[in-house]
Write a protein that binds this ligand. Structure first.
Ligand code: P6P
Length: 353
């Protein structure tokens, strides 16, 4: 094999030698990559293995679990537990935390993951993926003390996702840039295809579920209307809209060519804190986007600085090209300066009376 081909193993050994990445983390990431290979094969072969379709159970989010959700979850657990430094797992598919050790040691790894993101796309043969985030246990804690797992996004040491699409990609950051690997079918290796990915600061592409227009707060509606107004509007240029129903796919497009992804809290989901989950969707994607020069915001603050209160909590998510996210944040500032939702409600009541 020509030595200019950088495999995942060689990349991780470089990170070990040059950036002091822990040896155990190298092995853990290789195990996660193996889990992703298994999931990739299963999603491709689902039609013949009888693994497509739903189970009769729901997850902690109240979503019907697909058979492949359960399979992917099992793959992550069975591969991650090989690492003796992993003390606890938080999965989108499991209500309870899985504690893997009888005694917890400071520096042990906590792994948060969404084993199969966007699985509603499976039955219509659209791309899906897995998302993971890794942080250290902050200190010597009692096994079973779930509060010890509430690490902020800034405490992550690694984040990544895989996409099961035309290619099986693995995108990771260890805090030294964002790097994409593609799975080589002949050897099964993950090989670097894009090192040091960068999100362009400007973009003319936004990703949001426009069917929720009536529920959006004014800042989001203002931003999207400006984009849709095109060359005649305040932006003076045409915008494109993409929404795939799989966060991993939309984020990968943004890491590859720029754009902004929005799933803000709105009138319909605000009582739950939003739609997407902080620990295994917003934080890992926020870490990756920031490492690639983009911004990851709730509209009013940095996602990675949200102090977690529960392992399955949700968050408002706006992330991508720096100048687009900053424009949306400016709309939120203007909205709040004018009194925000309360002022809008009072104005509507006054108009109605
Ligand atoms: P909606 C998939 O269920 C997911 O969690 C993300 O991957 C995706 O971006 C979002 O929800 C899609 O939500 O409301 O458009 O179906």
């Amino acid at each position: 094999m020509p030595y200019d081909i950088l495999t995942l193993r060689r990349f991780l050994l470089q990170e070990y030698r040059t950036h002091g990445v822990e040896k155990d983390l190298v092995f853990l990431l290789e195990d996660i990559a193996t889990a992703c290979r298994e999931i990739s094969f299963a999603t491709r072969n689902g039609a013949f293995s009888g693994q497509l379709g739903a189970t009769d159970s729901t997850n902690v989010q109240g979503e019907t679990q697909k058979q492949l959700d359960v399979f992917a979850n099992d793959q992550f657990i069975s591969h991650i537990r090989n690492c003796s430094r992993v003390v606890a797992l938080v999965s989108e598919e499991l209500d309870e935390v899985i504690w893997l050790k009888r005694t917890a040691t400071a520096g042990d790894y906590i792994v948060y993951f969404d084993p199969l993101d966007g699985s509603s796309n499976l039955d219509v043969n659209l791309s899906v993926g897995s998302i993971f985030s890794i942080a250290h246990l902050p200190g010597r804690v009692q096994v079973g003390d779930d509060k010890a797992l509430l690490r902020a996004g800034t405490d992550q040491v690694c984040a990544g996702y895989s996409i099961y699409g035309p290619a099986t990609s693995l995108v990771i950051t260890l805090g030294n840039g964002v790097h994409e690997f593609a799975n080589h079918l002949g050897t099964g290796e993950f090989r670097v295809v894009s090192a040091n990915m960068h999100v362009p600061e400007d973009s003319n592409e936004f990703a949001i579920n426009c069917s929720r227009y009536a529920d959006w707060d004014t800042p989001v509606r203002t931003y999207v209307e400006e984009c849709i107004a095109g060359t005649e509007g305040p932006r003076g240029k045409r915008f494109n809209m993409r929404w795939t129903g799989s966060m991993v796919v939309d984020i990968h497009r943004i890491l590859t060519r720029g754009g902004v992804f929005l799933y803000p809290d709105d009138r319909d989901n605000r009582d739950k804190g939003g739609k997407l989950r902080l620990m295994y969707e917003a934080n890992p994607m926020g870490f990756l986007i920031e490492q690639a020069g983009g911004l990851a915001s709730t509209g009013r603050g940095r996602i990675l600085e949200i102090p977690p209160t529960s392992v399955h909590q949700r968050a408002s998510v706006i992330l991508g090209s720096k100048n687009e996210v900053e424009r949306i944040e400016a709309h939120y500032r203007d909205f709040d300066a004018a009194g925000g939702i309360e002022a809008e409600k009072k104005a509507a009541e006054a108009e109605a009376s």
